[in-house]
Design a protein around this ligand. Sequence first.
Ligand code: ADP
Ligand code: F6P
Length: 473
Amino acid sequence: MRQSSLVVVANRLPLDDNAAPDGACEWRRNPGGLASALHAILAPTPATWVGWAGGVGRAPALPDVGSLRLRPVSLTEDDLRGYYEGFANSTLWPLYHDAVQQPVFQRDWWETYRTVNQRFADAAAEVAEEGAAVWVQDYHLQLVPRMLRDLRPDLLIGFFMHVPFPPPELFMQLPRRVELLRGMLGADLVGFQREQAAHNFAQLARKLLGAEATDQTVAIDGRTVRTGAFPISIDVAEMRALVTRPDVVSQAKQLRHDLGQPKRVLLSVDRLDYTKGIEHRLTAYSELLRDGYVKVRDTVMVQVAVPSRERVESYQELRDRIEGEVGRINGEYGRVGEPAIHYLNQPFGRAQLAALYQTADVMVVTPLRDGMNLVAKEFVAAREDGSGALVLSEFAGSAAELEQAFLVNPHDVDGLKETLLRAMQADRADLAARMAAMRRHLAGHDILVWARAYLSALDDTGHLATLTGVAPG
Ligand code: ADP
Ligand code: F6P
C-alpha cells in the first residue's frame, strides 16, 4: 500500500461521475465549490485524495492524476440512500442552511452515515504515512476526525466545514448532535468559512459537552482543539488566464451575438439547489417584466442551473417548480426567437463558464444561505476590464468580503427588484469603482492564500505549506 504525507478526505473524488477508469483519467471537475477550490492546490502536490467516485458498487481502480493519488471509497445503493441522499443531504444540508427547506429526520439514516464515515476513516488511516497530515472536508464526514484519531493518534488532523455551521437553536434539533460535535472535535484544527460559525461551534461545545470553549479554542478530553474562520476562495490566476484566451474572448462575443445583441445580459450560475434562491429571483424578474421595467428585447436573462442530487425528492420537486416557472415566464413575456429567460440545465467546461461571465452585464447571485459562493468570486475575477455589476445576497459567505457588490436580502422580493434595477442602471464610473475594489480584495485573497492560512495554522512548523507548494516563495 502506497502511503502519503498529505491525505485529503472528501465525500467526492474531484472527478465527475462519467470519468471512466480507462486509463485516460484527468482532472474533470464536478460542479460544486469543493473540487473547484481544492483543484488548484492539490493538482501539483504529492498527496492522496480519499473519496467516492460516484455510482454504486465496487469502486473502480483509478490511476494517479499527476502527482495526486486517488483512493476511491465504494458505496452501495443503501449507503447512497442513507448516507449521501439521506443524512447528509436531507438532514444536515437543509438544517445547516437555515432550514430554508424542512430537514428530514429519519432514524435509520444515522447508522448508515456512521458506517460510511468509518469506511472513509479506515481508508484514510490506510493511506496516511506515519505522522501524516489528514485534511477532512465538509458535513458529509463530521465523524471522521474522531474515528481517525482513535485509529491513528500519530496523525495531524484538520477538518474544514465548507457550508454554514448553524446557531445552537437549529443545531439543537439534531437527534445525534452530541456525536456530531464530538466527531469534529477529533481534529486538531476545525476551520469554518465565517467567524460566526466558529462562535456557534464554541457555544455548542459549552452547552452540549460542558467544554471550556472560546471562538478560537475548545478544551476537550485533555486536548485543545483550535478553531477559526478561513474564508475559501478561487484560483484567480486560472480565471485570468482563461478570460484572456482568444478563443474564450471570441466565445463571449459569439454568445452575445447569439443572445440577439441585447442592451443588457443578466446571468445566474448555480447548482440546482433550493438554497440558491432561484425561485425568488425568477419571481423578481417576472414582476419586473410584468410591470414594464424590463423589456425582453433590451434585456436577456440567462439562468444556468446544473442538475444536482437528482434522486433527492426535494431537488426533483424544485426542478419541476423552476422549469414550470421558466416556461410560464417565457410563455407570457417571450416572443418568437426571443425568450425572456435562457435556461440551461447542463454542466459547462471552465472556458465556457469564463465566456459566460464575460458576457454578463449583471451577475445575479442571490442564495438564501450559502457557505461562501465561489461563483460570485469567479465573476469578479473574470472581469479583466473592470466592468460589470454583481448583485449579491447578504446571506452568502462571500458578501462579507465583496462589500462593494449590490448587496441584497433575497427573501425581500421588492428589495431584490429594486436592487436589480439599480445594478442595471448604475453608471459606468460607479461600477468600475466597485469592481476595482472587489478585484483588489480578490487578488490578495485567492485560493493559495486560503490554503496557506489553513495549512500553516494546522502545522505551525510550515512543513505542510512547503510540501503543498503554497508557502510564500
Ligand atoms: P456550491 O459549492 O454550493 O456548488 P459554489 O458557488 O461555491 O456553490 O461553487 C460552485 C462551483 O461549481 C463553481 O466553481 C462553479 O464554477 C461551478 N459550476 C457551477 N455551475 C456549473 C456548471 N453548469 N457547469 C460546471 N461547473 C459549474
Ligand atoms: O459545498 C457543499 C457541497 O456539498 C460540496 O461538497 C460540493 O462540491 C457541492 O456542494 C456539490 O454537491 P454534491 O457533491 O452533492 O454534488
